[in-house]
Design a binder for this molecule. Structure first.
Ligand SMILES: C[S@@+](CC[C@H](N)C(=O)[O-])C[C@H]1O[C@@H](n2cnc3c(N)ncnc32)[C@H](O)[C@@H]1O
Length: 156
């Protein structure tokens, strides 16, 4: 544990604690596409997506095109994405409200596996591009998975 500087030498905020990451990963994921949003920096990114937010695009890799079959039947979709710019070694974090809190009690992108999720409104699908509202990630964020929210959000 290091309470002043992380392994990478990044500054820690007061109260923050980092740990050494495991040498090997236990599993691998496939990035299945890329998310495009208006936000280029973490500062300008919303903290949480809003269904009133801007329309963003999710571009699925061609390999997975057929896996979109049936998705237009749903109004709302759960999007899982990989916060690729987040550090992964903090166990205690001090968000902007100043309250030092354990990583698993926060929705911060900083976590051992920087997986984020949002329920989005599906505006439309054109080929392998989805138009959605409700995201809160940076332009270029890798996509992990898509799932219908619940059968109850089925159209019609
Ligand atoms: C608080 S997280 C919430 C993510 C997701 N809605 C969740 O609850 O799992 C959203 C914040 O993560 C940061 N962020 C967005 N995209 C990121 C990325 N690709 N890498 C690292 N941080 C990112 C931005 O600061 C954004 O405001």
């Amino acid at each position: 544990m290091n309470q002043t500087l992380s392994e990478s030498g990044s500054e820690l905020r007061p109260g923050e604690v980092d740990v050494e990451l495991p040498a090997l990963s236990d599993a691998q994921v496939f990035f299945i596409g890329t998310i495009h949003t208006p936000w280029r920096t973490r500062r300008e990114c919303p903290k949480r997506g809003s269904l009133d937010g801007p329309v963003c695009s999710i571009v699925i890799d061609e390999r997975w095109r057929t896996a979109l079959t049936g998705l237009t039947d749903y109004r709302r979709v759960q999007v899982l994405y990989w916060m690729h710019l987040a550090r992964r070694d903090l166990v205690l974090q001090t968000p902007s409200n100043g309250a030092t809190t354990g990583t698993f009690a926060l929705r911060s992108p900083v976590r051992p596996n920087p997986i984020a999720s949002a329920i989005v409104e599906l505006v439309g699908i054109d080929g392998t591009t989805l138009q959605v509202r409700g995201l809160d990630c940076l332009d270029g964020t890798p996509l992990l998975d898509l799932k219908p929210e619940y059968p109850s959000t089925r159209n019609g």
